[in-house]
Write a protein that binds this ligand. Sequence first.
Ligand code: C5P
Length: 318
Amino acid sequence: MRSYSLAAPAKINLYLEIIGDRPDGYHELAMVLQSIDLADKIELRSLSTDTIRLRCAHPQVPKDRTNLAYQAAALMAAEFPDSFAQFGGIEIIIDKRIPIAAGLAGGSTDAAAVLVGLDLLWQLGLTQSQLEELASQLGSDVPFCIAGGTAIATGRGEMLSPLPSVDNLFVVLGKYRHLDISTAWAYQTYRASFGNSYVTSKQDLKSRAAAVHSSSMVQAIIHEDPHQIGQRLHNDLERVVIPAYPQILQLKETFQQAGCLGAMMSGSGSTVFALCDSQKQAQLVQQQARDLAPSKELDLFLARFTSSGIQVLSSTRD
Ligand code: C5P
């Protein structure tokens, strides 16, 4: 029986614009997403019983079907019943390194790894677009996590256009350990506060989403201009999250004082990232942030931009 070990990288949002409502209750978005090398490790193997079992030592990670990685395995079992019958059940072991409820797509990337891993384990030979289609049934960020890198994401977040990869950029991530923000809460609060300014006509929705392709953030990425990328960081969700959680603004200001290229909340938070153009600068920013905000509650991580999504680390036959 084969088993696979996979790396599942986190993502940050370099740009997040909320354009309007969708008939499915979600929001129409225009985003620029970036993978970073802070990654969970996922082990996948077949079981002799026809069950799905999930193990993770992290106390806050659910081990049941509320976990998106579990749902990914259940989706694959439902889509490919013959393979599920032939190969038996599935054991998923998650080594959690990405902070949870942090706006870093930690749950989404684990689910993406389960899709990629089961495709290999069951020798299905699915294409990237087939995997992304399955991923879109699980959550808005899951399709991006399959191939990762740098990409524009529109629609719910599932319509992807790859961008040239940005190398040699680093981030310091800051997250207060007990500050977990619900994504659904952030979007609902945004709708309640700013829904009256949403674009409503279908044509306007389309052209606003298309505009991100020629935006100054995308130009900065194409021209590999770290300073412009730092200047153009944007996240509409800060408009509702910062008033409710002032620590987010304090952390941004701490990073800016520490001398980064720009600082922004990722996704719906609560992670704030500081963009840096060298590892040395990132180490300095991390140290300065530690000194300026000496809270025991603040976890700081250093990570590098990566052009990879889900990657096989090793496979064994036992
Ligand atoms: O798709 P996902 O499960 O990650 O989304 C979590 C929540 O975020 C959704 O329930 C929804 O409230 C909100 N959301 C949204 N529009 C999007 C993506 C997410 O309103 N495009």
